[in-house]
Write a protein that binds this ligand. Sequence first.
Ligand code: TNX
Length: 538
Amino acid sequence: MLKPITLLFTLLLPFLVLAQEPVGIIPQPVNEQRHKGSFTIDSHTSIYLENRQKELKPAAKFLAVRIKEISGYQLPIKKRKGKAITLAIESIDGIGEEGYKLEVNPSAIHIRANSYAGIVYGIQSVLQMLPAMRTNAVLQVPAMTIMDYPRFAWRGMHLDVSRHFFSAESVKQYIDLMATYKLNTFHWHLVDDTGWRIEIKKYPKLTKVGAWRVDHTDKPWTDRPQAKLGEEATYGGYYTKEQIKDIVAYAAERNVTVVPEIEMPGHVASAIAAYPHLSCGQEPQLPLTGGDYTNMASSYCPGNEEVFTFLEGVLDEVVELFPSQYVHIGGDEVDKSSWKRCPKCQARMKAEGLENVEELQSYFIKRMENYLLTKNRRIVGWDEILEGGLAPQATVMSWRGESGGIAAAKMGHDVVMTPGSPVYFDHYQAGPEGEPLAIGGFNTLKKVYDYEPIPTELNEQEAMHVLGVQANVWTEYIPTASHLEYMVLPRMLALAEVGWSPKENRDWDNFNQRLQSQFRVFDQKGLTYSKGNFTVDI
Ligand code: TNX
């Protein structure tokens, strides 16, 4: 015979266990408590915007569309409170611009935040608790209280659409995935040697000529022969202004800022193919086909004034399309050999008192910074922009390890940490046996998860300049959208947690448990992802 107290305990046990179960959200919230019971979403549920906050309409629509997809219920957006999911922008201390408070009890769901961004994140947390696909099951959100906000302001994913082209639809899917895990910055690498991907009305040849290359997609990147003039260019593509506006709006609805990268002064064989006068040699050429860089002009000529006129014209149209505070101007891996042979470059260096070609590159970047500042935009560039002197207000992306970022932060510049190891997602995540051919490197899920964006070399003051963290996805070896998914899933989720969750909340084993339910989501959505043995770190 059980004693009454034991009996009571036995009966309560399932609830006690339930109360301690992790909610399973990625990235791990700052603070979450699970309670007894759940809120059921059904045909009587509505969405209520407190104080009729009009600006929340896109968020409410986003939520309603998702609920409809999985359940068929069309939740009305109502003016009166009933059994509702309430969204409210109000003033809340301690959660910052992007934070939110989520309260779920059996009769209501409440999402409160200081801004649109926070409301969207509250919605994303609720959606992670629901099935990802159409279901006949009862839609239940477990009762809970969450208080949550991000550790870093810049939580980025980059995508190179030049080495291989990805459709506007694929780009949207990529952004949607990012948003699911509260990543907020999409760095869109729109320009490189192999293709110019953004429509510019003033310079139509950029897309007519520069977006297309001789097709060797059947061969591995490094085996592709360089195209000869006269060969037919059939591989490529670009985004029209309409498509870009649509993508930018789609991203904004999900609190994702799109930062365009207009690469300069190197990696621009595609632009030079369109307008040969932009290189020092001015020889005609085709966009780069693949891995072979020889005999190509790949840098603009800083001795030629027309180059600046051209770039200003391009940037005028770019800033019209992208509301982002930042424009990324590239700056990496510039082939400066042509500059050394170029009389106009020599003359420019003499006139400006520049001692070497690094200073000439710095002159170039500073001019572009000045131009963009007149448009109220700031520049961000790869860490090579430190060489020859950093432009006064530039933000640095540290990709060759962390040293560039550390140097820039010590100089009082903002930085984004994107070191090749461990946050280049074009590198192997397992294998290499059994893995698709990749550029090299070995960035396992665990290495990504363990990454700490604030280097120990920085003091507290300097560390404030680390805006955040970003993974880069170069696509030399990634020809298709499903291959792209495979490279970013699930590493993107580890990155999301590094960028969002407090350092002390990060727990590898717990993350792996939460990952299992996301794997089910990937399966339901038909996403391609890596299931490698992530717990083995080599
Ligand atoms: C270096 S990272 C590059 C890219 C390549 C990448 C391959 C950076 C700023 N430049 O042009 O695609 O390595 O991993």
